[in-house]
Design a protein around this ligand. Structure first.
Ligand code: SAM
Length: 327
């Protein structure tokens, strides 16, 4: 039986990560970030024991990166990340699956139809899978991306992923709700962390600070993202289905009406999520600016199961029609 390139890449990363994990006594994800970096550099770190280093070097040399395609590298790497994430389950750190990244990539492409080259920002970068799969999908349209992430292991994984897929991704390791020193992007894509933001002092700098108690991180992330996109720029957020039904939703809604035009809310099929409570939608916004008009109608839709090809085609047709009537 022939082995697919993605399987080959996964097996290679898995084996080399396990060697590093044993040698250093670190987590699988830390070891995976290291083997990703070393594979890109084509040499093992000299801080490893000489025998281990030699063994890994042999492996890297026997598997030249140039033999593999970009998106296969991303997928193989992603499988290894998923394996590592099973060891440490943290709901707010979960990688955005390819199916959702594909839908966001499609929407980004349609909404920015006439733009040849653009920059994107993801303030909740995680492993980088969302951004990197969109960059691969749009094949050169995203000239440059910027990603911010607070977790050091995740940012190292993004770094390795960006190098392996040769995508220009600029990384910032910091709390995204602290000031960001990044030029305004053409668009924002983000799978937002959902829940309370513990730093009330920092939250006080935001209009969407909760009137009392902790603020919602996802609301503050939306405000911060709007601050860092150009006028007329689009923002695509993965948000909880109930975002406009929470106790603070009227505050969010009033704020959005002032600064953006709400373009659409697309409910994703619940089969993509563990349960109804964790199901999400894609919220699409456009930052206000001179000559930027609101759509006549907000695009409200429910995405069918992605396995239902005909229904998905119909849905895309509906989105196309909406674009003709509203853009
Ligand atoms: N799209 C990502 C991917 O494909 O891997 C997954 C994003 S995950 C749902 C949300 C991310 O937000 C997590 O990686 C988490 O560490 C990060 N995060 C949470 N609070 C943050 C903060 N204040 N500043 C920066 N990143 C934060």
């Amino acid at each position: 039986m022939s082995v697919s390139p993605v399987e080959k890449i996964f097996t290679f990363l898995n084996e080399t990560a396990s060697v590093i994990q044993d040698a250093r006594g670190v987590t699988y994800l830390e070891a995976l970030a290291e083997t990703g970096e070393s594979w890109f550099l084509n040499e093992a770190s000299d801080s490893l024991e000489p025998l281990v280093q030699k063994r890994l070097d042999k492996q890297y040399h026997e598997h030249p990166l140039e033999n593999f395609k970009r998106d296969d590298l991303r997928k193989g790497f992603q499988l290894a990340v998923l394996k590592g994430m099973k060891e440490h389950i943290q709901p707010n750190h979960q990688m955005t699956p390819d199916s959702i990244a594909m839908v966001i990539g499609y929407l980004l492409d349609k909404f920015t139809g006439n733009q040849k080259q653009m920059t994107i920002l993801d303030p909740a970068l995680g492993t980088g899978n969302l951004v990197l799969s969109i960059m691969n999908q749009l094949d050169g349209k995203v000239a440059e991306s910027h990603g911010v992430e607070i977790d050091e292991v995740l940012i190292r994984l993004s770094y390795a992923g960006a190098n392996l897929t040769q995508q220009p991704l600029h990384l910032y390791t910091q709390d995204s709700l602290e000031p960001l020193f990044i030029d305004p992007a053409d668009a924002v894509v983000s799978d937002l962390p959902v829940g309370y933001y513990p730093n009330d002092l920092r939250a006080a700098d935001y209009e969407l600070q909760a009137p009392e108690g902790h603020s919602y991180a996802h609301h503050l992330f939306i405000e911060q993202s709007i601050q860092h996109v150009k006028n007329g720029g689009y923002l695509f957020f993965l948000v909880p289905n109930g975002i406009f039904e929470s106790p603070l939703s009227s505050q969010l809604h009033d704020y959005l009406k002032k600064v953006v035009h709400i373009q659409g809310l697309i409910k994703l099929p619940s089969s993509l999520f563990k349960n109804e409570q964790s199901a999400k939608s894609i919220l699409i916004l456009q930052k206000q600016g001179e000559e930027i008009k609101p759509p006549k109608q907000v695009l409200l839709a429910e995405m069918p199961k992605l396995s239902n090809g005909v229904a998905v085609q119909n849905m895309m047709g509906k989105i196309q029609q909406w674009m003709i009537e509203n853009k």
